[in-house]
Design a protein around this ligand. Structure first.
Ligand SMILES: [Zn+2]
Ligand SMILES: [Zn+2]
Length: 404
């Protein structure tokens, strides 16, 4: 192991800027092979530890639990590594291709996930030779990308288990994980049974297509992502979700009052934080606080709360309604997003003394609300004409193509 690590040190120290484009590409493809080989060894070692129940020495209940706890591996990855290792024992050709570095962990996973014990037994009953199947799929994986390998695997599955009764149709398991990535971004992953998927598609479809503005240029994936967030927001707003520890579920943003009241981009201003995602920048905290109920918590020098209170910064139904009637849609130049998609933006933030009034309010869709807070864009309503103007961060006006 120490030799492997010192070899990695050498590779790490390579001066990439020195390499010619060809040499750089060779370097990358060599690293892909090396990564595959290391992952293959990891998978075998995990299998060996799994078989010998080595994890019990550390008080873990399973190898998967040990990988999560002691190696900080993501749950889905831990499950995949353990299960791939187990199944590869019966698939020597695939295991060999993996060990050589010719196929990736994803290839191995595509094959092993389909080769369930139930299907292997059924294939044996039907006289299909497992070793031959293993060789064919390993060769396919050597030659193709994982999604294409998956098509070959699906053909084998269709031959062995044509009605899918063995695993898929009877499989009503639902899994869904959310992992926090860099910058608080959240990665979603999971699978649903057919019926569960139908519920989700129907709900998302209604939000995606129900009031889609003219000229909406978002991709299908972007619209689906927006619809998923909207589904959650509406459920929270509707108040029909079960209370948790006596409190209605809500999104909690914590920000220091000084940071909230600081001017945009003020040096050294601390950000806020979200309950799950952790730290967010002060502009995002200001945007979330722009249209929200606010609790004040005064903390003493030790950081313990001394006093709490609640203030209403979200507009009353009447103010919101009046603003909707006046603005009709998101007021950002060129945007037609309907009122239901919009936040109530305080043109002068309440933290800077702006009132929660129709006069100081503006409808902004979530995207453009973000543009105004985090992106440095600005909007202003001409008191004479009543028309909204949008300004870029450099102060120049965006002239809507549809406008005069
Ligand atoms: Zn705002
Ligand atoms: Zn908009």
């Amino acid at each position: 192991m120490s030799e492997l690590l010192s070899a990695l040190d050498d590779v790490t120290e390579a001066d990439l800027a020195e390499l010619s484009p060809d040499a750089l590409l060779d370097f990358v493809s060599g690293l892909v092979t090396a990564t595959n080989r290391v992952t293959a060894v990891l998978t075998s070692a995990v299998r060996a530890a799994d078989r010998r129940e080595a994890y019990r020495r550390d008080g873990a209940v399973s190898m998967k639990a040990w990988l999560r706890g002691s190696c900080r591996m993501a749950p889905a990855e831990a499950t995949a590594t353990v299960s791939t290792g187990r199944r590869l024992e019966q698939l020597p050709a695939t295991a060999a291709a993996f060990a050589e570095g010719a196929i990736s962990a994803t290839h191995a996973r595509v094959i092993t996930r389909a080769m369930t014990p139930g299907r292997i037994a059924k294939a044996a009953d039907a006289g299909i030779d497992l070793h031959e199947t293993d060789s064919i799929l390993a060769d396919l994986a050597r030659a193709t990308a994982p999604n294409e390998t998956a098509r070959g695997v699906a053909q084998w599955v269709a031959g062995v288990d044509p009605d899918g009764t063995l695993e898929d149709a009877a499989d009503t398991r639902r899994r869904f994980t959310m992992a926090s990535g860099l910058g608080g971004r959240v990665h979603l992953r999971g699978e649903l049974d057919a019926v569960g998927g139908e519920y989700l598609r129907t709900a998302l479809g209604a939000l995606m297509n129900g009031d889609r503005p003219v000229g909406d240029a978002r991709s299908h994936a972007e619209r689906q992502g927006d619809a998923l967030v909207e589904l959650a927001r509406r459920s929270l707003d509707a108040g029909g979700l079960p209370s948790v520890r006596g409190e209605r579920p809500h999104v909690r943003v914590t920000i220091d009052l000084m940071a909230l009241c600081a001017e945009r981009g003020a040096a050294g201003s601390a950000g806020g934080s979200l309950g799950w995602a952790g730290p967010i920048n002060p502009e995002t905290a200001r945007r979330l606080a722009c249209d929200a109920g606010v609790s004040r918590v005064i903390t003493g020098p030790s950081g313990l709360p001394l006093d709490t209170g609640r203030e209403q910064r979200a507009p009353s139904a009447g103010i919101r309604r009046a603003t909707e009637i006046r603005d009709e849609h998101c007021v950002f130049a060129g945007c037609d997003a309907p009122p239901e998609w919009c936040d109530f933006h305080h043109v002068v933030h309440w933290a800077h003394g702006g009132p929660t009034s129709c006069d100081n309010g503006a409808l902004l869709c979530e995207r453009h609300h973000t543009s105004c807070h985090e992106g440095g864009f600005g909007i202003a309503r001409d008191p004479g004409t009543g028309r909204w103007h949008t300004y870029r961060p450099d102060g120049t006006e965006i002239l809507s193509r549809a406008g005069p």
